[in-house]
Design a protein around this ligand. Sequence first.
Ligand code: ADP
Ligand code: GLC
Length: 494
Amino acid sequence: MKKLKILMAASECVPFAKEGGLADVVGVLPKHLAHLGHDVRVVMPRYYKVNREKYGLKRLPGVLVVPMGIIGEQYCSVWEGRLPGSDVPVYFLEHEGYYGRDGLYEVDNVGFLDNDNRFIFLSRAAMELPKMLGFTPDIIHAHDWHTAAVPLFLNTLYRNDPRFARSASVLTVHNMQHQGNFYEGAMDVLGVGWEHFTFLGLEKDGEVNLLKGGIYHATVLNTVSEGYAREMQTPEYGWGLDGVVRERAADLVGILNGVDYDDWNPESDPFIAANYSAADLTGKKLCKRDLQRAFGLPERDDVPLFGLVSRLVKQKGIDVLAEAIPRILALDLQVVMLGAGEPWAHFYFGDIMAAHPERFAIRVGYDNPLAHRIEAGADFFLMPSAFEPCGLNQMYSLRYGTLPVVRATGGLDDSVDNFDEARLTGTGFKFWSLDAAALFDTIGWAVHTWYHRKDAMARLIANAMAKRFTWEEAAAKYEELYRQAIRKRLGRRA
Ligand code: ADP
Ligand code: GLC
C-alpha cells in the first residue's frame, strides 16, 4: 500500500514542551507511524523553553511568510530538529512576538490575551510550511483547538491550492472542555470570510469557537477512547458542542492512546528505587519504602498506600477528592499526591498535610522522576476524574502493578476492568457517580481488599501487570483512519 506523507500540527510534543497527555501522544505516535514506513513530520511553536542547543536544532534557510488576515503578513524562522530516537523531523516556528515568553498558554494561571493570534498563527503556518519544504502532505493531522483552524483553512483558503488538491485533514480531540473561544474579531485574523461566522460554522454564543470550526471542517475526526467518542456526543460531556459532534458522528472514531513502555516499565525504569517484574515483586516493596521516605510518611509495609499524579483541576475530580479526603484519612491508609493546578487545591491539600502528617502528603509541582516513583511505590492509584478522554496514568499504573481506583468514564472505563470478587477477575476498582460518597466507598473497598483479601490482591496485580496498550496497535488504527480520510477526500466509497 502507498506510504503516506503526514504533517502533524500541535502545540505540545515531548520532550520539547508538555502540559499534559497531548504532548505524550504527539511525541510518540509519529515514531510509530514512521516505523510503518510513512513520511511523518511535526510542526509546533518554538517556545522559549525549547532549547535550540540542547536539541541540536538547525535553522532552515529563508523565512516563512504567514498571512494573518487583518494583521497582515507575519514572518518567522523555522528550526528543524528530530524526535529523539528517530528520524522524524520536527519543525519549530520561531516568532518572538507570539512564542518568546515563558509558559505555553498562560502564566500564573492567567491565559495569554493573544492566544487566538498565537494559535491561528500556528495553524496558518502549518499550511504554509509545506511550500517551504516542498512537501505535499496526504494528511494534515491537527490536535485540539490549538490547531483546529487547520481543517478550516484546508476547506476554505486552500481549497483550490494545487499542493493540497489531494490532502485530507484529521482532527484529534483530546479534550472537549478547551475549545479556543475568542472575541468575534478573530474572524478577521482567520481571514476566511464572515460567512463562516454562523451557527453552522465557527460561531458559538457570539464568539469564534475554533474547535467547533475544526469539528465541522475536518475530513474525519477521532478522540482518544471509544468511551469518550460516545460521551462527547452527550450534553453531559459535550461542553455545548455535543450537537456538532453528533452531526459528524459518522466520521468519528475512538482510538485509545498507547503507552511508551520504554519509558514506563518497572523492569528497567531508572527513576525507581528497585526494578521488579510480575514474576518477582520484591523490588516493589523497596519502592514503597522509598516513596514513603520521599514524602516524609512513616515507613510501614502494613498499610495501603494510594498515589495520585495529576493536573489539579476540576476535570480530574480534585474537588470531589477534597470533599472526601477527611473521611478517607480516618481509615488506616496513606495518600501521596503530586500535582499543580488551581491555587485553592495547593492551599487546601497543604492544610490537610499539616493536619494529617502520618497519613497524607502532597508535593506541589511538576516532577517526572517522582511521578515514576509514585507509580512504582504505591499500592493503588487514584483517578476520580469528572471526565477523562483517555488518561495515561491508569495505564502506567497497571504496568507497575499499582491498582487504579477510577471513576468509570471515558478512557478510564475502557482501560480498567472492575474487580469481580466472585471470579477474581479485573484490574482495578471503579465507581460511577461523581460524588464524595462513591469515591469514599470505593477506596474503602480497595482498602478492605488490601487488608483482608491478599489472594485477590495478588490476582488483581498479576492481571494488571499483564495488560498492554501498545502504540503499535494505536498507530495501525491511525493509519486506517488516514486511509479512510483520503478515500473520503477523493470521493471514493469507503
Ligand atoms: P491530561 O493530559 O488530561 O493531563 P493524561 O493522563 O493524559 O492527562 O496525561 C498526563 C500526563 O502528565 C502523564 O504523563 C502524567 O504522568 C503527567 N503529569 C501530570 N501532572 C504531573 C506532575 N505534577 N508531575 C509529573 N508528571 C505529571
Ligand atoms: C487530554 C485528556 C487526557 C488524554 C490526553 C492525551 O489531555 O485530558 O485524558 O489522555 O489528552 O490524549
